[in-house]
Design a protein around this ligand. Structure first.
Ligand SMILES: NC(=O)c1ccc[n+]([C@@H]2O[C@H](COP(=O)([O-])OP(=O)(O)OC[C@H]3O[C@@H](n4cnc5c(N)ncnc54)[C@H](OP(=O)(O)O)[C@@H]3O)[C@@H](O)[C@H]2O)c1
Length: 326
Protein backbone atom coordinates (compact mmCIF):
# COMPACT_ATOMS: atom_id res chain seq x y z
CA UNK A 1 0.00 0.00 0.00
CA UNK A 2 1.23 3.47 -0.82
CA UNK A 3 0.36 6.55 1.19
CA UNK A 4 -0.44 10.05 -0.08
CA UNK A 5 -0.51 13.31 1.79
CA UNK A 6 -4.04 14.51 2.41
CA UNK A 7 -3.62 17.61 0.26
CA UNK A 8 -1.19 19.97 1.90
CA UNK A 9 -1.73 18.61 5.40
CA UNK A 10 0.93 16.71 7.30
CA UNK A 11 -1.06 13.49 7.53
CA UNK A 12 -0.83 10.69 5.03
CA UNK A 13 -3.70 8.46 3.98
CA UNK A 14 -3.45 5.05 2.41
CA UNK A 15 -4.27 5.41 -1.29
CA UNK A 16 -7.09 2.94 -0.76
CA UNK A 17 -9.39 3.46 2.20
CA UNK A 18 -12.61 1.85 3.43
CA UNK A 19 -16.08 3.27 4.04
CA UNK A 20 -19.29 2.02 5.63
CA UNK A 21 -22.10 3.64 3.60
CA UNK A 22 -25.03 1.27 2.90
CA UNK A 23 -23.14 -1.73 4.25
CA UNK A 24 -22.60 -1.33 8.02
CA UNK A 25 -25.75 -2.34 9.94
CA UNK A 26 -27.75 -3.00 6.72
CA UNK A 27 -25.53 -5.71 5.22
CA UNK A 28 -22.76 -6.14 7.78
CA UNK A 29 -23.04 -6.53 11.56
CA UNK A 30 -20.14 -6.16 13.98
CA UNK A 31 -18.61 -9.56 13.12
CA UNK A 32 -18.52 -8.85 9.42
CA UNK A 33 -17.33 -5.26 10.02
CA UNK A 34 -14.42 -6.61 12.08
CA UNK A 35 -13.57 -9.04 9.31
CA UNK A 36 -13.66 -6.42 6.54
CA UNK A 37 -11.88 -3.70 8.51
CA UNK A 38 -9.18 -6.22 9.49
CA UNK A 39 -8.70 -7.24 5.86
CA UNK A 40 -8.38 -3.60 4.83
CA UNK A 41 -6.06 -2.72 7.72
CA UNK A 42 -3.87 -5.74 7.05
CA UNK A 43 -3.57 -4.56 3.44
CA UNK A 44 -2.32 -1.19 4.74
CA UNK A 45 -5.54 0.86 4.91
CA UNK A 46 -5.30 3.56 7.57
CA UNK A 47 -8.47 5.57 6.86
CA UNK A 48 -12.02 4.47 7.63
CA UNK A 49 -14.92 6.66 6.55
CA UNK A 50 -18.31 6.98 8.20
CA UNK A 51 -21.14 9.49 8.60
CA UNK A 52 -23.72 10.34 11.23
CA UNK A 53 -26.56 9.67 8.79
CA UNK A 54 -25.40 6.20 7.63
CA UNK A 55 -28.04 3.73 8.85
CA UNK A 56 -29.38 6.51 11.08
CA UNK A 57 -26.30 6.44 13.35
CA UNK A 58 -26.04 2.63 13.50
CA UNK A 59 -23.13 2.55 11.06
CA UNK A 60 -21.11 4.52 13.60
CA UNK A 61 -22.27 2.16 16.36
CA UNK A 62 -21.12 -0.88 14.37
CA UNK A 63 -17.75 0.72 13.56
CA UNK A 64 -17.31 1.70 17.23
CA UNK A 65 -17.97 -1.87 18.37
CA UNK A 66 -15.62 -3.20 15.69
CA UNK A 67 -12.84 -0.82 16.72
CA UNK A 68 -13.27 -1.88 20.35
CA UNK A 69 -12.77 -5.50 19.36
CA UNK A 70 -9.88 -4.76 17.00
CA UNK A 71 -7.88 -2.93 19.71
CA UNK A 72 -5.63 -1.17 17.16
CA UNK A 73 -3.19 1.47 18.27
CA UNK A 74 -5.17 4.74 17.97
CA UNK A 75 -2.25 6.42 16.19
CA UNK A 76 -2.30 3.85 13.42
CA UNK A 77 -5.65 4.75 11.86
CA UNK A 78 -7.87 7.69 10.94
CA UNK A 79 -11.64 7.80 11.37
CA UNK A 80 -13.97 10.29 9.76
CA UNK A 81 -17.61 11.20 10.14
CA UNK A 82 -19.87 13.72 8.41
CA UNK A 83 -22.75 16.00 9.25
CA UNK A 84 -25.63 17.61 7.39
CA UNK A 85 -28.77 15.46 7.08
CA UNK A 86 -29.10 14.75 10.81
CA UNK A 87 -30.74 11.79 12.53
CA UNK A 88 -33.43 13.67 14.47
CA UNK A 89 -36.57 15.33 13.19
CA UNK A 90 -36.33 18.70 14.95
CA UNK A 91 -36.40 21.85 12.83
CA UNK A 92 -32.78 22.71 13.63
CA UNK A 93 -31.55 19.12 13.42
CA UNK A 94 -31.74 18.18 9.76
CA UNK A 95 -30.43 19.42 6.40
CA UNK A 96 -28.32 21.97 8.16
CA UNK A 97 -24.82 23.04 9.14
CA UNK A 98 -25.92 25.36 11.95
CA UNK A 99 -23.72 25.67 15.03
CA UNK A 100 -26.13 23.97 17.44
CA UNK A 101 -26.59 20.93 15.22
CA UNK A 102 -22.86 20.53 14.53
CA UNK A 103 -21.76 20.85 18.17
CA UNK A 104 -24.44 18.41 19.34
CA UNK A 105 -23.81 16.13 16.35
CA UNK A 106 -20.14 15.54 17.06
CA UNK A 107 -20.89 14.57 20.66
CA UNK A 108 -23.38 11.93 19.50
CA UNK A 109 -20.98 10.56 16.88
CA UNK A 110 -18.14 10.23 19.38
CA UNK A 111 -20.43 8.34 21.76
CA UNK A 112 -21.53 5.91 19.04
CA UNK A 113 -17.96 5.43 17.76
CA UNK A 114 -16.70 5.10 21.38
CA UNK A 115 -13.83 7.42 20.54
CA UNK A 116 -12.41 10.50 22.26
CA UNK A 117 -11.95 12.20 18.89
CA UNK A 118 -12.30 11.57 15.17
CA UNK A 119 -9.56 12.51 12.76
CA UNK A 120 -11.70 14.12 10.08
CA UNK A 121 -15.13 15.71 10.06
CA UNK A 122 -16.90 16.71 6.89
CA UNK A 123 -19.78 18.99 6.11
CA UNK A 124 -21.62 16.29 4.17
CA UNK A 125 -23.32 18.79 1.82
CA UNK A 126 -23.37 22.58 1.61
CA UNK A 127 -26.19 24.31 3.53
CA UNK A 128 -27.51 27.25 1.52
CA UNK A 129 -29.39 28.66 4.53
CA UNK A 130 -26.67 28.86 7.19
CA UNK A 131 -23.96 31.49 6.70
CA UNK A 132 -20.69 29.77 5.80
CA UNK A 133 -19.04 31.84 8.53
CA UNK A 134 -21.21 30.20 11.23
CA UNK A 135 -20.23 26.73 9.95
CA UNK A 136 -16.53 27.62 9.74
CA UNK A 137 -16.57 28.83 13.38
CA UNK A 138 -18.36 25.66 14.56
CA UNK A 139 -15.89 23.39 12.77
CA UNK A 140 -13.01 25.43 14.17
CA UNK A 141 -14.39 25.09 17.72
CA UNK A 142 -14.85 21.32 17.37
CA UNK A 143 -11.18 21.08 16.41
CA UNK A 144 -10.06 23.44 19.18
CA UNK A 145 -11.98 21.35 21.73
CA UNK A 146 -10.10 18.25 20.54
CA UNK A 147 -13.16 16.41 19.20
CA UNK A 148 -11.73 16.31 15.67
CA UNK A 149 -8.35 17.02 14.11
CA UNK A 150 -9.14 18.26 10.58
CA UNK A 151 -12.27 19.27 8.71
CA UNK A 152 -13.46 19.23 5.15
CA UNK A 153 -16.37 19.46 2.76
CA UNK A 154 -18.31 17.00 0.64
CA UNK A 155 -19.85 17.93 -2.69
CA UNK A 156 -19.41 21.65 -2.11
CA UNK A 157 -19.04 24.01 -5.05
CA UNK A 158 -15.50 25.31 -5.59
CA UNK A 159 -16.79 28.83 -4.83
CA UNK A 160 -18.23 27.71 -1.46
CA UNK A 161 -14.98 26.03 -0.46
CA UNK A 162 -13.02 29.12 -1.47
CA UNK A 163 -15.31 31.24 0.69
CA UNK A 164 -14.85 28.93 3.69
CA UNK A 165 -11.06 29.04 3.30
CA UNK A 166 -11.07 32.81 3.01
CA UNK A 167 -13.25 33.24 6.12
CA UNK A 168 -10.94 30.91 8.07
CA UNK A 169 -7.85 32.79 6.88
CA UNK A 170 -9.38 36.16 7.79
CA UNK A 171 -10.11 35.06 11.36
CA UNK A 172 -7.12 32.69 11.82
CA UNK A 173 -9.40 29.68 12.20
CA UNK A 174 -8.80 26.06 11.20
CA UNK A 175 -9.35 25.90 7.43
CA UNK A 176 -11.11 23.08 5.62
CA UNK A 177 -8.43 20.86 4.06
CA UNK A 178 -10.21 18.18 2.09
CA UNK A 179 -13.17 17.64 -0.26
CA UNK A 180 -15.07 14.36 -0.54
CA UNK A 181 -16.51 14.22 -4.07
CA UNK A 182 -17.97 11.36 -6.04
CA UNK A 183 -15.42 10.21 -8.62
CA UNK A 184 -15.55 7.28 -10.97
CA UNK A 185 -15.49 6.73 -14.73
CA UNK A 186 -19.12 7.86 -14.97
CA UNK A 187 -18.88 10.86 -12.63
CA UNK A 188 -15.81 12.95 -13.31
CA UNK A 189 -17.17 16.49 -12.94
CA UNK A 190 -15.76 17.34 -9.52
CA UNK A 191 -12.21 16.42 -10.50
CA UNK A 192 -12.24 18.71 -13.56
CA UNK A 193 -12.60 22.31 -14.62
CA UNK A 194 -12.69 24.83 -11.75
CA UNK A 195 -11.97 22.08 -9.28
CA UNK A 196 -8.58 21.11 -10.74
CA UNK A 197 -7.37 24.68 -10.52
CA UNK A 198 -8.68 24.79 -7.01
CA UNK A 199 -6.93 21.56 -5.89
CA UNK A 200 -3.71 22.94 -7.40
CA UNK A 201 -3.94 26.45 -5.93
CA UNK A 202 -5.02 25.48 -2.41
CA UNK A 203 -3.51 22.01 -2.19
CA UNK A 204 -6.94 20.78 -1.07
CA UNK A 205 -7.01 17.00 -0.55
CA UNK A 206 -9.68 14.67 -1.92
CA UNK A 207 -11.11 11.48 -0.44
CA UNK A 208 -13.19 10.27 -3.33
CA UNK A 209 -16.33 8.10 -3.08
CA UNK A 210 -18.19 5.43 -5.06
CA UNK A 211 -15.23 4.41 -7.25
CA UNK A 212 -17.36 1.52 -8.57
CA UNK A 213 -20.49 3.68 -9.07
CA UNK A 214 -22.21 1.59 -6.37
CA UNK A 215 -21.13 -1.66 -8.04
CA UNK A 216 -22.11 -0.81 -11.65
CA UNK A 217 -18.45 -0.82 -12.72
CA UNK A 218 -17.93 -4.36 -11.41
CA UNK A 219 -20.00 -5.77 -14.29
CA UNK A 220 -22.37 -7.51 -11.85
CA UNK A 221 -25.44 -5.69 -13.23
CA UNK A 222 -24.94 -6.83 -16.85
CA UNK A 223 -27.66 -9.48 -16.53
CA UNK A 224 -30.05 -7.46 -14.34
CA UNK A 225 -30.03 -6.83 -10.59
CA UNK A 226 -28.47 -9.82 -8.79
CA UNK A 227 -29.88 -11.04 -5.48
CA UNK A 228 -27.97 -9.77 -2.47
CA UNK A 229 -26.48 -6.79 -4.35
CA UNK A 230 -26.85 -3.13 -3.39
CA UNK A 231 -29.31 -2.70 -6.25
CA UNK A 232 -31.63 -5.27 -4.66
CA UNK A 233 -31.64 -3.66 -1.20
CA UNK A 234 -34.82 -2.21 0.26
CA UNK A 235 -34.44 1.55 0.53
CA UNK A 236 -31.97 1.80 -2.37
CA UNK A 237 -34.47 1.38 -5.22
CA UNK A 238 -33.45 4.89 -6.34
CA UNK A 239 -30.13 3.42 -7.56
CA UNK A 240 -31.80 0.88 -9.85
CA UNK A 241 -32.31 3.23 -12.81
CA UNK A 242 -28.60 3.96 -13.00
CA UNK A 243 -27.52 0.37 -12.30
CA UNK A 244 -29.60 -0.97 -15.19
CA UNK A 245 -29.11 1.90 -17.66
CA UNK A 246 -28.35 0.26 -21.01
CA UNK A 247 -25.95 2.93 -22.21
CA UNK A 248 -23.98 2.69 -18.99
CA UNK A 249 -23.93 -1.11 -19.14
CA UNK A 250 -22.58 -0.92 -22.70
CA UNK A 251 -19.67 1.20 -21.45
CA UNK A 252 -18.92 -1.38 -18.76
CA UNK A 253 -18.93 -4.11 -21.44
CA UNK A 254 -16.45 -2.06 -23.46
CA UNK A 255 -14.09 -2.02 -20.46
CA UNK A 256 -13.89 -5.80 -20.28
CA UNK A 257 -11.17 -6.28 -22.94
CA UNK A 258 -9.02 -3.67 -21.20
CA UNK A 259 -9.28 -5.46 -17.86
CA UNK A 260 -8.47 -8.72 -19.63
CA UNK A 261 -5.37 -7.22 -21.24
CA UNK A 262 -4.18 -5.97 -17.85
CA UNK A 263 -4.93 -9.29 -16.21
CA UNK A 264 -7.18 -7.74 -13.59
CA UNK A 265 -10.87 -7.72 -12.70
CA UNK A 266 -13.26 -4.89 -13.62
CA UNK A 267 -13.48 -3.59 -10.02
CA UNK A 268 -9.67 -3.51 -9.83
CA UNK A 269 -9.46 -1.59 -13.11
CA UNK A 270 -12.12 0.92 -12.02
CA UNK A 271 -10.45 1.55 -8.64
CA UNK A 272 -6.93 1.74 -10.10
CA UNK A 273 -8.19 4.23 -12.73
CA UNK A 274 -9.23 6.61 -9.91
CA UNK A 275 -5.73 6.38 -8.45
CA UNK A 276 -4.19 7.57 -11.73
CA UNK A 277 -5.54 11.03 -10.94
CA UNK A 278 -2.79 12.86 -9.00
CA UNK A 279 -5.36 15.04 -7.21
CA UNK A 280 -6.93 12.01 -5.54
CA UNK A 281 -5.55 11.59 -2.01
CA UNK A 282 -7.42 8.35 -1.33
CA UNK A 283 -10.08 6.22 -2.99
CA UNK A 284 -12.72 5.19 -0.44
CA UNK A 285 -13.72 1.66 -1.32
CA UNK A 286 -16.88 -0.03 -0.11
CA UNK A 287 -17.68 -3.72 0.32
CA UNK A 288 -20.51 -5.88 1.60
CA UNK A 289 -18.29 -8.93 2.17
CA UNK A 290 -14.66 -9.65 2.93
CA UNK A 291 -13.90 -11.30 -0.44
CA UNK A 292 -14.62 -7.94 -2.10
CA UNK A 293 -12.13 -6.22 0.22
CA UNK A 294 -9.43 -8.72 -0.73
CA UNK A 295 -10.16 -8.23 -4.43
CA UNK A 296 -10.36 -4.43 -4.25
CA UNK A 297 -7.15 -4.02 -2.26
CA UNK A 298 -5.23 -5.63 -5.12
CA UNK A 299 -6.26 -2.69 -7.35
CA UNK A 300 -3.20 -0.82 -6.09
CA UNK A 301 -1.03 -3.32 -8.01
CA UNK A 302 -2.73 -2.45 -11.31
CA UNK A 303 -2.08 1.31 -11.27
CA UNK A 304 1.32 1.21 -12.97
CA UNK A 305 -0.01 -0.96 -15.79
CA UNK A 306 -2.54 1.72 -16.77
CA UNK A 307 -0.59 3.57 -19.46
CA UNK A 308 -1.55 6.92 -21.06
CA UNK A 309 -2.74 4.91 -24.05
CA UNK A 310 -5.11 2.89 -21.85
CA UNK A 311 -6.35 6.07 -20.19
CA UNK A 312 -7.15 7.44 -23.64
CA UNK A 313 -9.08 4.32 -24.58
CA UNK A 314 -11.11 4.66 -21.39
CA UNK A 315 -11.74 8.35 -22.20
CA UNK A 316 -13.12 7.31 -25.58
CA UNK A 317 -15.49 4.79 -23.94
CA UNK A 318 -16.73 7.38 -21.45
CA UNK A 319 -16.84 10.13 -24.08
CA UNK A 320 -14.46 12.41 -22.20
CA UNK A 321 -13.53 15.32 -24.43
CA UNK A 322 -9.90 16.46 -24.40
CA UNK A 323 -10.64 19.98 -23.13
CA UNK A 324 -12.68 18.52 -20.24
CA UNK A 325 -9.69 16.71 -18.79
CA UNK A 326 -8.03 19.63 -17.06
N1 LIG B 1 -19.54 11.95 0.90
C1 LIG B 1 -20.55 11.34 0.35
O1 LIG B 1 -21.58 11.95 0.03
C2 LIG B 1 -20.47 9.85 0.12
C3 LIG B 1 -21.48 9.21 -0.63
C4 LIG B 1 -21.37 7.84 -0.86
C5 LIG B 1 -20.29 7.13 -0.33
N2 LIG B 1 -19.35 7.78 0.43
C6 LIG B 1 -18.20 7.03 1.03
O2 LIG B 1 -17.53 6.29 0.03
C7 LIG B 1 -17.52 4.91 0.40
C8 LIG B 1 -17.52 4.06 -0.84
O3 LIG B 1 -18.71 4.33 -1.60
P1 LIG B 1 -19.51 3.12 -2.23
O4 LIG B 1 -19.81 2.11 -1.19
O5 LIG B 1 -20.63 3.70 -3.01
O6 LIG B 1 -18.36 2.53 -3.21
P2 LIG B 1 -18.46 1.68 -4.53
O7 LIG B 1 -17.11 1.09 -4.68
O8 LIG B 1 -18.97 2.49 -5.66
O9 LIG B 1 -19.55 0.56 -4.22
C9 LIG B 1 -19.30 -0.40 -3.24
C10 LIG B 1 -20.28 -1.56 -3.40
O10 LIG B 1 -20.04 -2.24 -4.63
C11 LIG B 1 -20.09 -3.65 -4.41
N3 LIG B 1 -18.74 -4.18 -4.58
C12 LIG B 1 -17.57 -3.68 -4.05
N4 LIG B 1 -16.51 -4.39 -4.45
C13 LIG B 1 -16.98 -5.36 -5.25
C14 LIG B 1 -16.37 -6.41 -5.95
N5 LIG B 1 -15.05 -6.57 -5.91
N6 LIG B 1 -17.15 -7.25 -6.68
C15 LIG B 1 -18.49 -7.08 -6.73
N7 LIG B 1 -19.14 -6.10 -6.07
C16 LIG B 1 -18.39 -5.24 -5.33
C17 LIG B 1 -20.60 -3.84 -2.99
O11 LIG B 1 -22.02 -3.83 -2.99
P3 LIG B 1 -22.93 -5.16 -3.04
O12 LIG B 1 -22.07 -6.35 -2.77
O13 LIG B 1 -23.97 -4.94 -2.03
O14 LIG B 1 -23.51 -5.15 -4.43
C18 LIG B 1 -20.09 -2.59 -2.31
O15 LIG B 1 -20.79 -2.27 -1.13
C19 LIG B 1 -18.75 4.76 1.29
O16 LIG B 1 -18.67 3.63 2.14
C20 LIG B 1 -18.70 6.05 2.07
O17 LIG B 1 -17.74 5.95 3.11
C21 LIG B 1 -19.43 9.11 0.65
Amino acid sequence: MKYRHLGKTGIQVSELSFGSWVTFHNQAGVKSAVEMMSAAYDAGVNFFDNAEVYAGGKSETVMGEALKKLKWNRGSYLISTKFYWGINEGVNQKNTLNRKYLLEGITGSLERLQLDYVDLIYCHRPDKTTPIEETVWAMHNIIEWGQALYWGTSEWAASEITEAIQIAERHHLHKPVVEQPQYNMFEQGRMKGDYVRFYKDYGYGTTIWSPLASGLLTGKYQGGIPKGSRGALKGYEWLQGSLTDEQKLAKVTALEPIAKELGCSLPQLAIAWCLKNPFVSTVITGASRVEQVHENMKAADVVDAITPEILERIDVIFEVKKNEEE
